[in-house]
Each structure stands twice: as C-alpha cells, then as structure tokens.
Design a protein around this ligand. Sequence first.
Ligand code: URP
Ligand code: ZN
Ligand code: ZN
Length: 457
Amino acid sequence: MPRTLIKDGTVVTATDTRRADVLVIDEVVVAVGHELGEGDSVIDASGRLVIPGGIDVHTHMERRSEHSDNFASGTAAAAWGGTTTIVDMATQDFGESLRQGLDRWMAFADGNAHIDYGFHMIIRDVNDDVLAEMDNLVDAGVSSFKLFMADSGGRYMVDDGGIFKAMSRASDNGALIMMHAENGGVIDVLIQEAVARGQFAPRFHATTRPDSMEAEAVTRAIALADLAGIAVYIVHLSSAPALEVIREARDRGVGAYAETCPHYLFLSEEDLARPGFDGAKYVCSPPLRPIPHQAHLWSGLRGDDLQVISTDHCPFHFGNEKSKGKDSFAAIPNGLPGVEDRLSLIWDGGVATGEISANRFVELVSTAPARLFGLHPRKGTIAPGSDADIVVFNPDATRVLSAANQHMNIDYSLYEGRTVRGVPEVVMQRGKVLVQNGKLLARPGDGRFLERRRSGL
Ligand code: URP
Ligand code: ZN
Ligand code: ZN
C-alpha cells in the first residue's frame, strides 16, 4: 500500500497547531508526529500549513439545464480551491418522488465528480408520500433536507404547514432541516409593487427583500422547529437582524444553527448598484446587504453563533442567463459562483486581517461542516483513521481572482482583480494528489458518493 509522508509542515486543525509530519497509507491518515519512517513519496510542506480539505456543504451543481457548472467542472474548480468534499443540493421536481430527484443527481455526479460528494434533498412538494420517503433517504445517507420559506428564482416556497410537517418527520427520523429563511409572501408583494413603479434595475432585488423579512423568517423557522422538537440550520444567513435572532435563540438554549457565505462577508448592496446591468452579476437570495452587516457576521463567526462558511455556489453566466433579467430584476436568476474561492477569501479577509484564528478558519470551512452533516471524524480533521483529505496551504502566497484564470465555468468573477493571500498548493483526497504544481491531477470519477450519518449536532 502506498505510503506518503507530508513533511515539515505546521498541522492546523480546529483545536491544535503544531509542527509535525503526516503519514498517509493508502487512503487514510495513519500518524501525525515525528520520525514516522520513510514514504514512497514525500511532500515537502516546510513553511506551509497542513490543513484538512475544505468541506463545502452548500453547492448547486447542475441545478438547471442553463446552469453553468456541472459536476465535472464544478468539482474540479472546488479541488483547485482546496475543497475536497461538497454536499450538493439534489432537487425534487413537482410531481416526482424524492428518490427520483435524488437519482437524477446521483446520475449527474456518477463518473463526473473530481472530489467526494454527498447530497441534501430540496423538498419542493410536501405530501404524505414525500414525508414517508424522508425516512428512506436518511437511511440511504441523505440525512438533511432543505426547505424554502420564499421562492428563489423559481417555485420553491413551502407554506408553514408543510414546513412543520417535514420538521415533525425529522424529529422522528433524525434528519437535519435546512431553511431558506425569507418571508416569501411579503417579498412577492414588494416585488410586484416595485415593478409597478417601474423599478427594474438589479438594485431593487435588495430593496424588495429587506433584512427585516429575513429576521422574521428566521424567527418563524426557529419557532416551528422548536414546536416540532428539532434544531434548525439556517442557510446563507446574510444580515445583522437575522443573526441577532439566532444569537438570542442560542442564548435561550434553543437549537439554532446557521451558515453564512463569503459574498455576504466581502460584497455589499453597492455591488448590486454597479453601473448599467453589471449589478445582475451580484443577484442572489437573500440579497447582498449594506457594508455594516459584514462586521456583525464576523462577530457571529468568532462567537460561534454562525458555525459554518459555505459558498451556496450557484453560478449563471452573465452573458446569457443573468441577461434574461435585462428588462426587470425579477427575472434575473438568483445565485452566485464561489466554490473555488472560499478558502483563499476567508484566509485573506478573515485570518490575515485578524478577524478569526487559523484554527477557527479550519473549524468554519471543514470541521464544523463535517460534524453538523454527519461526516466527522472521517472528514474534517487530520487524525489517525481519518480520510487523507489534506491541503498544503501557503498562507503567504497570493493569487489574483479573475474570470481569466478561474476554473469555475462562469464568464465573470465576483472579485475581478482582487489579490488574496493564502493559496492551496497541494490538494489531496484519500491519499491521491488532486492538485500539485499548478496542475489538476484529479480525474472525473475520482470523487465518491458519501453516505452521511445523522447530524452530530
Ligand atoms: O440565490 C441563491 N441563493 N440561489 C441558490 C438557491 C438558494 O436559495 O440557495
Ligand atoms: Zn436558499
Ligand atoms: Zn443554495
């Protein structure tokens, strides 16, 4: 069995930082320490950090036919960026079973994924059969379900009764419910009113989805979950008032968890107001917020009121898909690219600026997602017995984020021209090197489906 020695690096986990070598035999970490013997191959990590591979628990590969990334391109981009596992949003269509939707996503990924992957299931249509099916999916390793309290560029919204039924089922089968928390009813009215006033520009996407309606929905989601006897995980939390609701619930001892995304930490409402139609590049839901929200989100990340940073990678080409909204913001597809840039952005804007420690960085981008979504300790750490998903990370090297050099299949960069510090130089999954010396060595099909356990909340 092949032995790989990662030598002379600084191993950073969520809890420890220490100079050590890492011995990998075949697909797993066997030892972390010194004098671990010879390796068939040796990776020199001197002057580098050795961190667990990134885990991005919120991506949308192949969400729609016109969606730019598929499993092949999106997971290659993830590997370039130091992410070795994604949990993607398989989606139920109306009239079909959850299993049919899941099988479609399994087929998308099978033989195409460069990195390991699991699935959440988006439930669009709650009925008795679907509720019963949730149990089967949990048993099959799909142990989390996303529901929407608003539409997000399509018909997704489920009413409170449907949400409560799904939550009650989850309290029996142990699934984790993930919530898109915005008040869809009010937002629809605000959109109609804005359009009637002739307010068509991309910036009206933000004014019609106010932060108060995010906070209201988070409050309601937590109340419904509490009544059903479960914890709830709020996806893509964007604003200070919504965070305040989470904080207050957690202080009361209620099971409320949330993620935020790099775009809410580094971009703002001002990007939606860029000249001409350029703001369309920044349309996602919940929308980008005014700059002062960012400091609140960093404080939530430091204090563990926000537990995860995921990307909500959901890219649409500017040249065609986003342009469908030229005449009205209401027709701009919702979603942003991000899977490739997460580690560098968070290192640069989080660790290098002193917002968070290196250990907290590892926790937010890898360990906590693994724990919350039933993958730990196989994933999310570097310890004997864990999968050898390892990134040799250069904290001082820089790279320029640009459409010209990214690997995501998308015709723009949200951060065009921005220089970030922190570059994944070697990316390994289960002992196999995926990226090294600026080359992608991973192949489609290298990634495997991960059956996840119930959440380790
Ligand atoms: O705008 C967004 N976030 N698009 C992706 C779908 C979702 O709501 O997560
Ligand atoms: Zn959502
Ligand atoms: Zn999403």
